[in-house]
Write a protein that binds this ligand. Structure first.
Ligand SMILES: O=C(O)CCC(=O)C(=O)O
Ligand SMILES: [Fe+2]
Length: 326
């Protein structure tokens, strides 16, 4: 297994100590955020920006973050906020600061109506091991795969790593994985032949997309490699299309990088290019008290230019709730 740290240091953003000290003070002054529908409000974004830019070194970090996320070889970043988390704890002040930093990338929003802006991903020994809160291998996927407009970015903040030292995050460049496939498989992945999961109580991610093609033929900054390894288990997938998806899954694993998030690490991932997942947590979780088990918080981001496409269904939903579930 390759650690991102040793293969691609560019994804890691460590803050200068002076900036950390400034941000610790600034975080204490940031107001609570407000949302309008599912989006962080413009007022909050402006206030948070005013706070951040009062730290003279912040501009440099923002530039590094945006270029890491946007450059051709990039597409993910880990902003290391561990020292700030140590000073502030991972409570409201810290979350406001993390939200402020993310708002410099794109607009924070909460597509799951029943969850707050930061959705908790804890460790549930009763959950199916491969699911979000399970203890097992969470195979490569993109989040909200079956929406016409999935979030542009998914982000994960580590509140507590697995005390048993496992549960590394895995990432793979989906488009490079696709480029290594035989043309025959690529052709099959362009077919509108794949389905996955339900679509309930979601906002601002467009409409339910089923069946969908894995490769949508859109330019890279707009389209997605709509993939989740979990769709391989869906009934009704014929052998040819299942074969092509398995080939893609194999190539994703071949290109995998991994990193165990530490407390205060904030992983930001461009869903147009990268898929993600998680290695199993350490054996013996039942011996770890629930309050000490691994805990991440997840937040999604939307680019301003995708808002219009993503919100059309939400507007209709308000008028005709029955349409929402398709
Ligand atoms: O547990 C993790 O590290 C990832 C979880 C995840 O990808 C998800 O819940 O969508
Ligand atoms: Fe995920």
């Amino acid at each position: 297994m390759t650690e991102i740290a040793s293969t691609d240091r560019n994804g890691f953003i460590d803050l200068p100590r002076e900036l950390e000290d400034d941000l610790i003070e600034i975080a204490r002054t940031l107001p609570a955020w407000s949302v309008d529908g599912s989006f962080l409000t413009g007022t909050t974004i402006e206030r948070y920006r005013d706070g951040l830019v009062s730290a003279p070194l912040f501009d440099g970090v923002r530039d590094a973050l945006l270029s890491t996320l946007n450059n051709a070889a990039g597409g993910y970043a880990v902003v290391r906020l561990g020292r700030i988390a140590q000073a502030l704890g991972v409570g409201d002040q810290f979350l406001r600061l993390a939200t402020a930093i993310l708002a410099e990338v794109a607009i924070p929003f909460q597509p799951f109506r029943r969850w707050p802006l930061w959705k908790s991903i804890g460790t549930d020994l009763g959950a199916k091991p491969g699911l979000s809160t399970g203890v097992g291998y969470n195979a490569f996927h993109m989040d909200l795969v079956n929406a016409t407009e999935p979030p542009d970015y998914t982000t994960l903040l580590c509140v507590r790593p697995d005390p048993l030292g496992e549960g590394a995050s895995i990432l793979s460049h989906a488009r490079e994985a696709v480029s290594r496939l035989a043309p025959f498989s690529r052709g099959l992945l362009r077919d509108t032949a794949y389905t996955y999961g339900g679509f309930f109580e979601l906002s601002d991610v467009g409409e339910k997309y089923t069946p969908f093609p894995v490769l949508d033929g859109q330019p890279e900054d707009r389209g997605f490699v709509r993939f989740t390894a979990k769709m391989l288990a869906e009934s009704g997938l014929d052998e040819e299309h299942a074969y092509a998806a398995r080939e893609l899954a194999r190539q994703m694993v071949a290109g995998q990088v991994s990193y165990t998030l530490q407390r205060g690490d904030l992983l930001i991932l461009d869903q147009h290019r990268w898929v993600h997942g998680r290695l199993p947590l350490g054996d013996g979780q039942h011996r770890v008290t629930p309050g000490n088990r691994r805990l991440l918080l997840q937040l999604f981001l939307r680019n301003p230019d995708s808002i219009g496409r993503a919100t059309s269904q939400a507007v209709r939903t308000q008028v005709r709730p029955s349409l929402a579930e398709g």
